[in-house]
Write a protein that binds this ligand. Structure first.
Ligand SMILES: C[S@@+](CC[C@H](N)C(=O)[O-])C[C@H]1O[C@@H](n2cnc3c(N)ncnc32)[C@H](O)[C@@H]1O
Length: 387
């Protein structure tokens, strides 16, 4: 390693094939390495700037892209995407293009591809019975908006991300979390997103503030109490496994209750909180009752805050989200786009590609365009209008 190494901001960990086996993963590159007993300590030492850089396991972690020096080549899917865009541009303009030399060139190429795609390759709205398909099939322009937006977000914010602030301790604390459950619409964000969200919330609130987390597969409640002891945190969550996991780690630093928000918040929690944080479901109905629960539990004053993560472009109906916020008296004070990252898993990718194909878009460059690793969501800080 010739330059000073740092830990990738996209580090995560999972169980391997056995419960003894821990895989450390770079989510942006899709690369992984088996952890050894002392790997966490070595990664922590690296973050503290006192690692032994001649260590063999750290060398391997560097080759697996957990440890970065800033001199690494791009992930393979970026090269494939570049090639696919060159071929696509060439097929429409006859121009012959060299491989992109830098990120700016990739971004320009993506803009050209997007323009041509919207002229020549748009999926056509599904014409069959609307109850059989989702909103992206009947309005596939939303699918196109989403893939170009997320692809651009990855190239702009993540491809060469040099941040060095990942909290290894949180990654370790989160790694044996319960598996994701689709029936509860779970889709947890990557550890660094949880860390940054918790930081935003801590920085915005006064010591002693009461915070309610509505649904916590993102483990923001846990991060909040790990990162500060000045907030009082309560969590409401439906998933019994997640509740058990969080209870085990709570050490009485937060209260967690197994509860279905479809029934509203318990009476004892109404008008009690200085802040609520949530990452609600993307279906209209789920979004509505999560927002109602948020509003009901907030203290009725204009200092109360809702910290909300969502991506309007992928909601069942974005217009309903804006009108729900308005009706409930929640107004946006700050918005940070592409703040949250979630693994874009192959199940969703295959579904999206099947939709493109079915609606008449070409397999190339679509397949390579949807090779980006993260789904993104915006972060909204909302205030409450009080009469
Ligand atoms: C709704 S999910 C996250 C959805 C995510 N933003 C997405 O991409 O679809 C957030 C959390 O809410 C929990 N949850 C889902 N339905 C719930 C309900 N009715 N009551 C309480 N928690 C619920 C989930 O278990 C999860 O931990």
């Amino acid at each position: 390693m010739s330059k000073v190494p740092r830990l990738s901001p996209h580090l995560d960990a999972r169980f391997g094939n056995t419960t003894q086996e821990v895989l450390l993963i770079n989510l942006a590159f899709g690369t992984r390495i088996l952890a050894q007993e002392d790997s966490w300590d070595k990664l922590q030492a690296l973050q503290n700037g006192d690692a032994d850089l001649s260590d063999k396991w750290l060398e391997r972690a560097h080759r697996a892209r957990l440890v970065l020096t800033g001199e690494e080549d791009w992930p393979d899917f970026v090269h494939r995407m570049d090639l696919s865009m060159r071929e696509y541009i060439s097929s429409h303009t006859g121009e012959v293009l060299e491989a992109a030399a830098d990120r700016e060139e990739l971004l320009n190429r993506l803009a050209r591809t997007e323009k041509l795609y919207r002229e020549h390759s748009m999926p056509q709205p599904y014409q069959g019975p609307a109850e059989h398909v989702g909103p992206l099939m009947t309005k596939p322009v939303r699918l196109v908006d989403f893939i170009f937006d997320h692809c651009r977000a990855f190239l702009e914010h993540d491809l060469e991300d040099q941040s060095e602030d990942l909290d290894v301790h949180l990654v370790k604390l989160f790694f044996d979390r319960p598996a994701l459950k689709l029936r509860y619409e779970q889709q947890f964000c990557i550890p660094r997103t949880t860390q940054l969200r918790a930081r935003r919330i801590i920085d915005a609130l006064k010591p002693g503030s009461r915070v309610l987390v509505l649904g916590d597969d993102d483990l923001v409640g846990l991060a909040l109490v790990e990162m500060t002891d000045t907030l009082q945190v309560d969590i409401l969550e439906l998933d019994a496994d997640l509740v058990a996991f969080l209870k085990e780690r709570s050490n009485n630093r937060f209260t967690i209750l197994e509860h279905n928000l479809r029934h509203g918040v318990p009476d004892s929690m109404k008008d009690k909180y200085d802040a609520v944080t949530t990452d609600p479901p993307y279906a209209d109905d789920g979004m509505r009752f999560f927002l109602e629960c948020a509003k009901t539990s907030l203290k009725k004053n204009d200092e109360s805050r809702l910290f909300l993560s969502t991506f309007p472009g992928l909601l069942e109906s974005p217009e309903k989200f804006w009108s729900d916020l308005d009706e409930l008296g929640l107004h946006i004070l700050q918005q940070q786009n592409h703040f949250s990252r979630y693994v874009y898993n192959n199940m969703y990718r295959v579904q999206h590609l099947a939709a493109f194909r079915h609606l008449g878009s070409p397999i190339n460059p679509t397949t390579d365009l949807i090779g980006f690793p993260f789904l993104y969501a915006h972060f909204f800080e909302c205030g409450l209008k009080v009469d």
